[in-house]
Write a protein of this length. Structure first.
Length: 104
């Protein structure tokens, strides 16, 4: 099933390899994403799971790593938006709460 003319939210969550959401988790194949973009999305989520590890507290061990992750997420959202434009999909970034500067 391909999602057409709708919204996909972009944020990481436990137990999911990709940060794609539309009435539940979305697999890159549902959006006809190429393997390269799919791998970049999975690596971005992996950083969130392994380095931030927000089980009990949202705190990056190194704020610069967190800022780089936020920047990369914005770039990935833009790349994803370009990739799904032909389907009429709007990508909504919803991960700013994980910024190392969010609580300041």
């Amino acid at each position: 099933m391909i999602i057409v003319d709708d919204v996909v939210e972009f944020f990481p969550d436990w137990g999911h390899k990709w940060p794609l959401w539309h009435n539940g988790a979305v697999h890159p194949e549902q959006l006809c994403l190429d393997e390269n973009l799919s791998e970049k999305l999975a690596k971005w989520v992996q950083v969130w799971q392994e380095i931030l590890d927000p089980v009990f507290e949202v705190k990056w061990p190194d704020a610069e790593v967190g800022r780089a992750w936020i920047l990369e997420g914005g770039e990935l959202c833009a790349e994803l938006q370009r990739a799904v434009k032909k389907l009429g999909i709007t990508v909504i970034p919803s991960f700013s709460i994980y910024s190392p500067d969010a609580s300041e």
